[in-house]
Design a protein around this ligand. Structure first.
Ligand code: CFM
Ligand code: HCA
Length: 534
């Protein structure tokens, strides 16, 4: 299908048309490089975006899942309620964290009332922190701001500092008012800064293990992280901490001892990966455990970073065993999926990662989009120096880090290899690099930033995909068009979808969606003959 973007945008007023056109790029294999896409800029007012807010990115996505910290939402109850456990990031007790120290499934809020808005909420917050310490004795506390907190000027920093002095535990505050920045992305950045500044590097317990990895940008949705950790541990790695799926303050503070950082979701966590490289000299590797080939490639690249023959042999053994276990069942579902087409609209990384898995099933992604990714997630990190900041991005503080006088070690020493080999891994784009989604798009496919309902409907009309992967805001819009939709944020309560076994679970869910007869029985209202309409 050759899509005409101008035709799709035709009903918009000229100014909007001009704006939206910059957010849509067609993959052209014959072009020498990726065309520039506009991203991480304000949504046109009045357009029904799928984006969320800065608080959602900070509390809901990054800091909320830290299981042994109590995370307080300082604000009206709705903000806390709608970010309460809805993302399905699972957590369980382990050697360091007993069940009674896990708070991530609970909801804590100051429940600001009108009088608090008028007279200020600082006292209420301080009292709440005291109560939490008395009742739960957590190791550390997070305090997250919502829109009204910034508007009335409550000083979260001062309240948190005073509480720290009273109780002798870290009370970390996040000025992540919902309106900061243009999307959840601002909240990721604010959370990254505080985790880097206040948690990482503060621990002194030794992390044992010949090969210690951190797993950055994995939130354990549906148990995704557990499946990855299972494989990594079988191969012989120690996972120091994930950020932040099933993670604990008790582990995050020792993350500076790792040999290598793996980065799954580049969008939400690249700041910490980069800052840890500068401060401690820990290199990072972009990974993807979504899809069979992607998982195999990732496991081999990790082994390559250490260059240990035993590790390489065990990697191949695990790959062979897992492949043998899943191939027959996967083949069954592949038969149903093969030749089908899909759209993927998710937050800031899955629209790229899932293309690998869908390709393994013989499916093609015709349109892929992000809610709040930045240009580098589409075009690759090489464009970062050319990205111009605007008023919204300047609203988010940059944390400046420098090599730690005591803890910095050159990156090749972390990996125990000669400097020349390390430089080679960097030059060949394996370490400290992400090339973005564009290279993996199908020729003629569309890459779209901050897609709205109208554009989604138009693109569905043109491409007629068999399946759409999206979030709750677009799910029902497309259902009404008779198009099956899968929730790519919560997996519609399925999962894990990672690695080999996860690929089978995913294939099964997709095969079910594609073969359910219900969708063919629906005639959308606009296609019904007038006489049929009531
Ligand atoms: Fe990263 Fe995420 Fe995602 Fe994200 Fe999100 Fe999410 Fe997502 Mo929903 S951190 S960017 S802010 S992979 S919550 S676990 S599913 S939009 S594509
Ligand atoms: C968020 C969380 C979300 C929302 C999902 C959706 C998630 O962005 O605040 O819109 O369906 O994964 O739960 O992305």
């Amino acid at each position: 299908t050759d899509v005409n973007v101008d035709e799709i945008l035709a009903p918009f007023p000229d100014k909007v048309k001009k704006n939206r056109k910059k957010h849509i790029v067609k993959k052209d294999e014959s072009a020498s490089s990726c065309p520039q896409i506009e991203a991480n800029t304000r949504t046109v007012p009045g357009i029904i975006t799928q984006r969320g807010c800065c608080y959602a990115g900070c509390k809901g996505v990054v800091v909320g899942p830290i299981k042994d910290m109590v995370t307080i939402t300082h604000g009206p109850i709705g903000c806390a309620y709608y970010s309460w456990g809805t993302r399905r990031n699972k957590a369980r007790a382990d050697d360091r964290t007993p069940p009674e120290q896990i708070y991530s499934a609970m909801c804590f809020s100051t429940d600001m009332q009108e009088s608090d808005i008028v007279f200020g909420g600082e006292k209420k917050l301080a009292k709440m922190i005291d109560e939490i310490v008395e009742i739960f004795h957590p190791r550390a506390i997070n305090v997250c701001a919502t829109c009204p907190i910034g508007l009335i000027g409550d000083d979260l920093g001062a309240v948190s500092k005073a509480a720290e002095e009273r109780h002798g535990i870290p009370v970390i505050h996040y000025n992540c008012e919902g309106y900061k920045g243009v999307s959840q992305s601002a909240g990721h950045h604010i959370a990254n800064n505080q985790i880097m500044d206040r948690i990482i590097g503060k621990g002194t317990e030794k992390v044992d293990g010949k090969y210690v990895l951190n797993f950055l940008g994995e939130y354990n949705i549906g148990g995704d992280a557990w499946e990855i950790e299972r494989l990594l541990e079988e191969i012989g790695y120690t996972v120091g901490s994930t950020l932040t799926g099933d993670s604990a303050y008790a582990n995050i503070k020792n993350m500076h001892q790792a040999h290598l950082n793996l980065v799954q979701c580049h969008r939400s966590i690249n700041y910490i990966a980069e800052m840890m490289e500068t401060k401690y000299g820990i290199p990072w590797l972009k990974v993807n455990f979504i899809g069979i080939d992607a998982t195999i490639n990732t496991l081999r690249e990790i082994a390559q970073c250490f260059g240990d023959d035993d590790l390489t042999a065990r990697t191949e053994l695990v790959i062979e065993r897992e492949l043998a276990a899943v191939t027959p069942e996967l083949e069954r579902y592949r038969k149903i999926c093969t030749g089908k087409t899909a759209f993927v609209f998710v937050g800031g990384s899955r629209s790229h990662h899932y293309q690998y898995l869908l390709r393994n099933l013989g499916m093609e992604v015709l349109v892929a989009g992000y809610e709040f990714a930045h240009r580098d997630d589409y075009e690759g990190r090489e464009v970062i120096p050319t990205i111009k900041g605007d008023a919204d991005s300047k609203n988010i503080p940059e944390l400046h880090v420098e090599p730690d006088p005591e803890m910095y070690e050159p990156p090749h020493l972390h990996l125990n290899m000669p400097k020349e080999r390390y430089d080679e891994l960097v030059a060949s784009g394996i370490l400290n690099e992400y090339r973005g989604m564009y290279p993996d798009m199908v020729n003629g496919g569309i890459m779209i930033d901050d897609a709205n309902h109208f554009e989604t409907e138009e693109l569905v009309e043109v491409f007629k995909p068999d399946l759409i992967f999206t979030g709750i805001k677009d799910k029902y819009v497309t259902h009404k068009m008779g198009l099956p939709s899968k929730q790519m944020h919560s997996y519609d309560y399925s999962g894990p979808y990672t690695c080999f076994k996860g690929a089978v679970t995913f294939a099964k869910d997709v095969a079910h969606s594609l073969s359910t007869p219900a969708w063919k029985m629906i005639t959308p209202p606009w296609e019904q003959k007038e006489t049929e309409q009531r």
